[in-house]
Design a binder for this molecule. Structure first.
Ligand code: SF4
Ligand code: SF4
Length: 465
């Protein structure tokens, strides 16, 4: 078995290019989770909720749709809660279950293991056949297999890159751009094809090197995890001394030194050397070793999900200060996110004084001097349905002397659009009471299919002292 282990220190990367396939309990559930996640990733842009794409990140229009709710550029604070919630949830999960994210949900390991390695095995055969092919010089068979493999890799990369861009353009738009001439959308064409190339090289060639060389998450493990975090670990107390050397059979531990755990490891490490940064918790070595334990009539779990304290036979503590803080902050972020979403205003209103002089003195009627102020009202519909906007005229009659002239209102604003309106406010100079200004509340009402909302905007009426 030892000969089948592939390490390539000569290329500077510690990675097993030809990992043996593992079979067993964890493999079965990883296959299932990989397919579910891949299918969800591909289908999500096509699924509509409330008539909107389930996810659409429309950067030019600064409109972002998530599961039937649209957000606009000014909702950026929401992003804080989303990112903080995700980062804190990851901290919580890592502190309790170690690198479970890497093995079960990471967008790097899933396509590599779930798609590209499957294609490679389908075309070139198992790990022994792949290694043999790698070492032989190019003949007809090798060229054919390599061409077929890279063509299939390329096809999958095209699907992945187009799916990825469907999250930014919507699938319909992307489809029509893809069917049109590249010259019509040259910028999108170049970006999509560059992404395809990056995906192809990353998943087809670079593979788990990204996890061991580039990914910062792996390097943070020592900070995030502690002796109670679950990791994929070898039980040295039970396994050692392993078979081999001068160890007498009655003194041997359960490890028969078959190296199967190393042969299946995609990052090429020997888990028996202890917990290592390169371990992506793919669980292949657990399945491989359990199979050996079954054959040798030993209990399963020589390699298993275990904490350092668990390996030492100590009691495991789940609820610790660190874990509680991570969980508390995650819940806080999620609550903040929901509060933000449900308290969002459907209409953004800006009232600005018009550019010309701050006021105009109208003709003096009898003993009264009348003054007029001109304002522009900017309405932005932030909801997903059209709304009608008007001022509440009855509210303004309370101050009988003040007249609000809004000839362009009511106005209907389609979702996501903005409209500018003008209002003139006419009032007698006497309300200024010797000052140059007077505070006035403008009452605005919006009506949509779902609800009627009222808004108050304080404006300052200006006039001569
Ligand atoms: S698979 Fe199990 S028995 Fe074989 S070398 Fe690894 S730890 Fe030892
Ligand atoms: S040591 Fe085991 S769990 Fe870790 S990467 Fe290798 S095979 Fe996967």
């Amino acid at each position: 078995m030892q000969e089948s282990i592939q390490k390539h220190p000569e290329d500077g990367f510690h990675i097993n290019q030809f990992p043996m396939a593992a079979h067993g309990f964890f493999r079965k559930y990883r296959n299932l989770s990989q397919w579910v996640l891949i299918v969800v990733f591909i289908l999500l842009p096509w699924i509509k909720i409330n008539g909107l794409p389930s996810i659409l990140i429309n950067i030019p229009d600064r409109r972002f749709t998530f599961f039937g709710i649209s957000f606009w550029g000014h909702d950026a604070p929401l992003l804080f809660f989303v990112l903080a919630g995700f980062a804190l949830a990851l901290l919580f999960v890592t502190s309790v279950w170690g690198r479970v994210w890497c093995g079960w949900a990471c967008p790097q390991t899933i396509p590599v293991d779930g798609l590209f390695r499957r294609i490679e095995t389908l075309v070139e055969g198992n790990h022994i056949a792949r290694k043999k092919l790698h070492e032989t010089s190019f003949d007809k068979e090798k060229i054919l297999k390599r061409v077929v493999k890279w063509l299939l890799f390329f096809t999958v990369s095209l699907i992945l890159s187009h799916t990825f861009f469907a999250y930014f353009t919507g699938p319909g738009e992307l489809l029509s751009m893809s069917l049109g001439s590249p010259s019509e959308n040259i910028f999108t064409f170049l970006i999509v094809n560059t992404t395809t190339l990056i995906i192809l090289l990353n998943f087809g060639w670079f593979k788990e090197r990204l996890c061991t060389i580039i990914c910062p998450y792996g390097r943070l493990q020592s900070v995030l995890m502690d002796e109670d975090s679950l990791v994929v670990a070898y039980d040295a107390k039970r396994g050692e001394p392993r078979k081999g050397g001068n160890v007498k059979s009655e003194e041997r531990g359960d490890c028969i030194n078959c190296f199967k755990c190393v042969a299946v490891c995609p990052t090429g490490i020997d888990i028996r050397n202890g917990i290592q940064m390169e371990c992506i918790a793919c669980t292949s070595c657990i399945d491989a070793c359990n199979e050996i334990m079954r054959i040798t009539n030993k209990p399963k779990g020589l390699i298993r999900y275990e904490s350092e304290n668990g390996l030492k036979g100590k009691k495991k503590i789940f609820w610790k200060m660190k874990t509680n803080i991570y969980l508390g902050l995650t819940i806080f972020s999620v609550i903040g996110l929901f509060l933000f979403i449900f308290n969002r205003s459907g209409l953004d209103i800006t009232v600005l004084r018009a550019h010309e002089s701050p006021y105009q003195v109208l003709e003096t009627a009898k003993e009264k001097t009348l003054i007029a102020n001109h304002f522009t009202l900017n309405f932005k519909n932030q909801s997903t349905e059209k709304i009608e906007v008007d001022i509440i005229r009855s509210e303004h009659i309370i101050s009988k002397e003040i007249e609000v002239i809004a000839v362009t209102l009511p106005v209907t604003i389609p979702p996501g659009q903005a409209k500018k309106n003008h209002i003139f406010i006419k009032f007698p100079k006497s309300i200024l009471e010797g000052r140059s200004y007077h505070k006035f509340i403008l009452h605005i009402v919006t009506k949509s299919k779902e609800r009627t909302q009222k808004y108050r905007k304080e404006i300052t009426l200006a006039g001569p002292v």
